[in-house]
Design a protein around this ligand. Structure first.
Ligand SMILES: NC(=O)c1ccc[n+]([C@@H]2O[C@H](COP(=O)([O-])OP(=O)(O)OC[C@H]3O[C@@H](n4cnc5c(N)ncnc54)[C@H](O)[C@@H]3O)[C@@H](O)[C@H]2O)c1
Length: 188
């Protein structure tokens, strides 16, 4: 079988490549070709290439034809830009994430009173009356440090939209798999 590992010089890819080269089989089927694709030279190639190995060196987007030049039986796709590299790539203007700043996802700011009102509206008085209010200075200090206002312009430019209101957040949850609708829900 022809096995491809993209990101083969990375942390996981190199471990996987080493393991497959030692085993020479995958799921009991002999490996006839192990394609190791990465833009970083494969570390193993310095000590003489194993006859099983075909190194595809370069950016995957340029070398993809080489990877798929012959049928691929198993593909391990591990090529990825991780952590700091992602931010560096964003800094080069790749796509529309054109600066290293994080993207604030669209969010809602709701008060506890609004949350409780929504609970009463959807689940009814019997459920809402179970809630007791008790101030906790530790939680208050923590939650009070969270920003209540967000600049979501970058997210909006990417087409991401916030929920229209807290009620829709609850309704989305209730319509999810395995969630029983509240017995006393009031029409909304
Ligand atoms: N390391 C972990 O513990 C871990 C855990 C869970 C998931 N993952 C995921 O597994 C994947 C691999 O992780 P890793 O730790 O091996 O990362 P890594 O950064 O060590 O390896 C990624 C490799 O991909 C290569 N690469 C990236 N873009 C490329 C491109 N365009 N063309 C060719 N090569 C390219 C890089 O050169 C690098 O060698 C990632 O998606 C990561 O999120 C990793």
């Amino acid at each position: 079988m022809r096995v491809v590992i993209t990101g083969a010089s990375g942390f996981l890819g190199a471990l996987l490549a080493g393991s497959l080269l030692r085993a020479r089989v995958l799921a009991g089927v002999p490996i006839t070709r192990l394609v190791l694709a990465d833009r970083v030279p494969w570390p193993g190639s310095q000590g003489g290439t194993d006859p099983l190995v075909e190194v595809v060196h370069g950016d995957l987007t340029d070398r993809v034809d080489e990877v798929f030049a012959a049928p691929v039986d198993v593909l391990f796709h591990l090529a990825a830009a991780v952590s700091a590299e992602c931010e560096a790539e964003r800094g080069t203007g790749a796509g529309r994430l054109d600066s290293p700043l994080p993207v604030n996802l669209p969010a809602l700011t709701v008060s506890i009173a609004e949350v409780l009102a929504t609970l009463r509206q959807i689940a009814g008085d019997a459920v809402a009356d179970l809630v007791t209010i008790a101030r906790d200075p530790v939680v208050e200090a923590m939650v009070g440090s969270w920003p209540a206002d967000f600049d979501n312009r970058r997210a909006a430019a990417l087409g991401l939209r916030p929920d229209p209101g807290f009620e829709t957040v609850v309704q989305d949850y209730l319509s999810g798999p395995g969630v029983e609708p509240p017995g006393q829900s009031a029409p909304i």
